[in-house]
Design a protein around this ligand. Structure first.
Ligand SMILES: Cc1ncc(COP(=O)(O)O)c(C=O)c1O
Length: 415
């Protein structure tokens, strides 16, 4: 199962194959571990019968609610059954002959247009430059190839590289003559490098720009399948008109209507995640021979020491430590020497570090490196408490209590 697909194996399939073991730790699928809160999950569980029995409202109603929470104009927004549904329609409707994108990147941006016979111009990002994206070089590449559509993920998947907003705006200015420029901001909420990050406001008023956003990653709900795009009203209508009626399900509706009440918890989840990312990056960097790439996403890409192969690391981690990681050998522009590791709470990271240590440095290295807090549990026991930067333990599912006033803050500040 681990070897036969271009896509990573699905969590449910792995769980079925692990004969009922419930404690697999998933470092593969980049999902916010702090949101929804346990209270929100209880609310959803309480609504399960209605969710499953009744038709959802139409997409316009759900989209209007999302827009009023996020501060978008509904005429400029289209919601999809996962952002992948929108990627599919963007390709069918708006990509006519060719599409340029940096690689490595999210696979659907290369595979979808290839499946429909378009030319994909792949702009290789270089490891020696930390996979950094350079606007001028990308524009030069597009001119040389004559590409008609450009796609950039910001932050990029799998390296987590972030391009400052002013540089993305400059890219949009340079490519004003293209049929389409897509900025995929699916991981943008995790960025803490600068306060204003999104170019959705630019997409609304430009003739050829779409901002795309998955909602599975930041809201920690991949199973729901929801995402949206922002574009000028005419472009948005072109995609909206192609979508099937009732493309959004009742889970999506209930969650979208819950969000307005939970802006403070969401902001807190992002704060915890950026703290965890910093700790995890430091801990990974302390493993001798492992190269860690700076990330603004909710995952961190690492390069294994020369001569080490990600496939065998992944297999070792899953079979001996119950830890599932993404090796990037099947991503165009990458090799299996690279792993993408999702940012998770410290209790889980310790299990990962112990597993990586035992594989890379032999059984003597089963003991975690000095800066790793010894877990109070082992493989086979459920994850428990986590240590903060000062070594204090807190419950990962119950961050510091939120003050009642902070709940009423504008949700938009969080995204
Ligand atoms: C950059 C990027 N965009 C879009 C998606 C698709 O997300 P979904 O279809 O779950 O909304 C992914 C999934 O990993 C991604 O990495």
């Amino acid at each position: 199962m681990l070897r036969k697909n271009a896509h990573s194996p699905f969590f449910f399939a792995l769980q079925r194959a692990s004969s009922g073991r419930q404690d697999l730790v998933d470092f593969c699928i980049p999902c916010n571990p702090y949101f929804p809160t346990p209270g929100m999950f209880s609310q959803l569980a309480g609504s399960l019968e209605h969710i499953l029995k009744y038709y959802p409202s139409d997409a316009d109603t759900i989209t209007a609610e999302l827009c009023s929470t996020l501060g978008h104009n509904p005429q400029t927004v289209v919601m999809g059954n996962g952002s992948t549904e929108l990627i599919t329609w963007i390709d069918h409707l708006l990509v006519r002959e060719s599409l340029a994108t940096p690689i490595p990147t999210f696979g659907r941006w290369t595979d979808q247009p290839m499946e429909t016979g378009k030319r994909v111009d792949m702009f290789q990002l270089h490891e020696l430059r930390g996979f950094e994206f350079n606007v001028d070089e990308f524009v030069h590449f597009i001119r040389a190839r004559g590409s008609r559509v450009a796609v950039v993920c910001n932050p990029n998947n799998p390296d987590g590289g972030y391009v400052p907003r002013r540089e993305i705006v400059r890219l949009l200015d340079c490519l004003i003559d293209l049929d389409l420029v897509v900025v995929d901001e699916s991981f943008l909420d995790f960025v803490d490098a600068e306060p204003q990050t999104s170019v959705a406001d630019e997409a609304r008023i430009r003739p050829n720009v779409i901002v795309l956003k998955s909602l599975g990653k930041n809201f920690g709900l991949h199973g729901i399948r929801f995402g949206y795009m922002v574009a000028n009203p005419a472009l948005a209508q072109t995609v909206r008109a192609a979508l099937p009626k009732w493309n959004l399900n009742s889970f999506a509706e209930v969650v979208v209507f819950l969000l307005r009440e939970h802006g403070a918890e969401y902001r807190e989840s992002l704060r915890l995640l950026s703290r965890d990312r910093m700790l995890m990056a430091q801990q990974l960097a302390s493993l001798p021979g492992l190269k860690v790439f700076p990330s603004q996403g909710n995952f961190i890409m690492v390069k294994l020491p020369d001569g080490r192969d990600g496939v065998s690391v992944r297999d070792h981690l899953i079979s001996h430590h119950g830890v599932f990681v993404r090796e990037c050998g099947n991503k165009l522009g990458s090799t299996s020497q690279f792993l993408r590791l999702v940012v998770r709470p410290q209790a889980d990271v310790q299990r990962l570090l112990i597993g990586l240590g035992s594989y890379l440095y032999g059984p003597a290295a089963e003991a975690p490196p000095d800066n790793v807090v010894t877990p109070g549990h082992g493989w086979g026991e459920p994850a428990g408490h986590e240590a903060d930067a000062a070594g204090r333990f807190t419950d990962p599912l119950r961050p510091e209590p939120l003050h009642a006033e902070s709940r009423t803050e504008d949700f938009r500040a969080a995204i």
